[in-house]
Design a binder for this molecule. Structure first.
Ligand code: SAH
Ligand code: SF4
Length: 433
């Protein structure tokens, strides 16, 4: 079956996002150009639109304002005009959980009632936010809880960026909104003759909150697109969202601190490198066709060799920016010494600047695999290390709140094994030749 869609892979069965009941549009998730257009459509004079766009951008992404009324250096009348047409557009937080190890998980609900989870994992020197790209997942890797969900839809850029905003809210990482605005304002004249707050703009990218705030010392330092969903089946929205996250006038996360994980959507990998440019992680999980076909079924479409040559061509990968190969350790399935040796051989064959992340399998209700023993994991890791390739074992985080890798699933439906198998078959029908 030829897969429909822009570039071979099928994005997903799409459930269109209905308009908001109040007819307003979310500012969150619009690119700078879209924001300017939207402001003009709402009646902001064209001459002012760029400057207003900068102000709005700054309030939303630098200051973390959640209400249009908080845009303090925009006049009351202009704020009222904006409020007639727009909302800022944060997702609703349905539940917020904290694990005994400090990991946090949020269940978010979007305008149409669909839900997705995101997870924050604090560490000694960094804090990583694990962001979802879809409600459910198009694919059905056998060891992944998300894969058991019926796919509902792609997340929009607003919903992807919204996860970062919610995490920043919860971590208290916005500059103090009551701090003085624009200590060193740039004067920009507006259309009228007076000099009022409409005439003051700030220099984009500059700290507007006064000296008590710096971006250093933030908890949220890294982002991984490793939550629910396959990001490369929602390429445009993920790209547009990450461009907002990386924008220096707002959230300003460096592309070096963002990692996109794919199960191996080969035709989209080069575009991910050139159009997003973040670090790449690949969910390899097996080194033979037989086993990878079983546990990562997209392998039936894009095989291991094809995947590894796409990795070799990934723009921007080098020894300083290695590709991460994720390898879930499943007892008696993919954890033999021969598998480790074969992994080394493949990495060498394709001359890949690689590191390997060994992830002990995180169980979930109804899962059919077991976690490899600690001795097996450590032996597997040693073999790879001895070949000169870094192969740390990832400590499971947040298992007690079902926040660990592969445990995310936004609905609490109970499903039988037969139903799981039926869903797996249905999904495969969508995309396997
Ligand atoms: N869909 C993307 C990104 C999300 S999954 C992908 O598959 O790469 C993030 C990582 O968690 C992937 O490497 C995935 O294979 C792994 N994972 C999924 N289920 C898991 C489980 N039960 N235990 C451990 N890791 C799991
Ligand atoms: Fe989807 Fe990734 Fe889970 Fe596979 S591992 S089912 S691609 S989320």
């Amino acid at each position: 079956m030829q897969i429909p869609g822009l570039v071979d892979p099928k994005p997903v069965p799409r459930k269109p996002m209905p308009a908001r009941a109040d007819g307003k549009r979310a500012l969150l998730g619009l690119s700078k150009a879209q924001l300017r257009e939207a402001l003009i459509e709402a009646g902001i004079p064209e001459k002012q639109a760029k400057m207003r766009g900068q102000q709005v951008w700054h309030w939303i992404y630098h200051r973390g304002a959640t209400e249009i009324d908080a845009f303090a250096n925009i006049s009351k009348d202009t704020r009222a005009l904006l409020a007639q047409h727009f909302v800022v557009g944060r997702p609703e937080v349905v539940t917020a959980q904290v694990s005994t190890d400090g990991t946090r998980k949020w269940l978010l609900r979007f305008d149409d009632g669909e839900e997705a989870e995101c997870v924050f994992i604090p560490d000694a020197y960094r804090g990583t936010l694990c962001v979802s790209s879809q409600v459910g997942c198009t694919l059905n890797c056998r060891f992944c809880f998300t894969g058991t969900m019926k796919l509902v839809r792609n997340l929009t850029p607003a919903e992807i960026v919204g996860q970062v905003m919610v995490a920043r809210d919860a971590l208290g990482e916005w500059p103090n909104a009551s701090a003085p605005v624009a200590p060193r304002p740039t004067v920009v004249a507006d259309d009228d003759d007076d000099f009022d707050d409409d005439d003051v703009a700030w220099i984009p990218g500059q700290n507007q909150a006064g000296s008590n705030y710096t971006s250093d010392g933030r908890m949220l330092t890294n982002i991984v697109m490793m939550g629910m969903g396959e990001p490369l089946y929602n390429f445009e929205n993920v790209r547009d969202a990450l461009q907002i996250v990386m924008d220096g006038d707002g959230l300003g996360l460096s592309k070096r601190r963002i990692t996109l994980s794919t199960s191996g959507v080969v035709p989209m990998m080069a575009r991910a490198g050139t159009e997003i440019g973040v670090n790449l992680a690949v969910s390899l999980h097996a080194v033979t066709k037989e086993i990878r076909d079983e546990i990562v079924p997209i392998n039936k479409k894009y095989g291991i060799e094809e995947l590894l040559s796409a990795c070799a061509d990934y723009p921007g990968a080098n020894n300083a920016r290695r590709i991460t190969f994720e390898y879930v350790m499943l007892k008696d399935k993919n954890d033999r010494d021969e598998d480790a040796h074969e992994l080394v051989r493949l990495i060498r064959k394709y001359r890949l600047p690689a590191k390997v992340n060994l992830i002990p399998f995180n169980p979930w209700p109804g899962s059919i695999y077991e976690t490899s023993t600690p001795e097996r994991v450590s032996r597997f890791s040693d073999i790879i290390f001895q070949a000169g390739i870094s192969a740390p074992v990832r400590r499971p985080r947040g298992r007690d709140i079902m926040a660990a890798c592969g445990q995310l699933k936004s609905s609490s439906e109970k499903i039988t094994r037969a139903e799981l198998d039926r869903r797996a078959a249905e999904k495969e029908d969508l995309w396997v030749d």
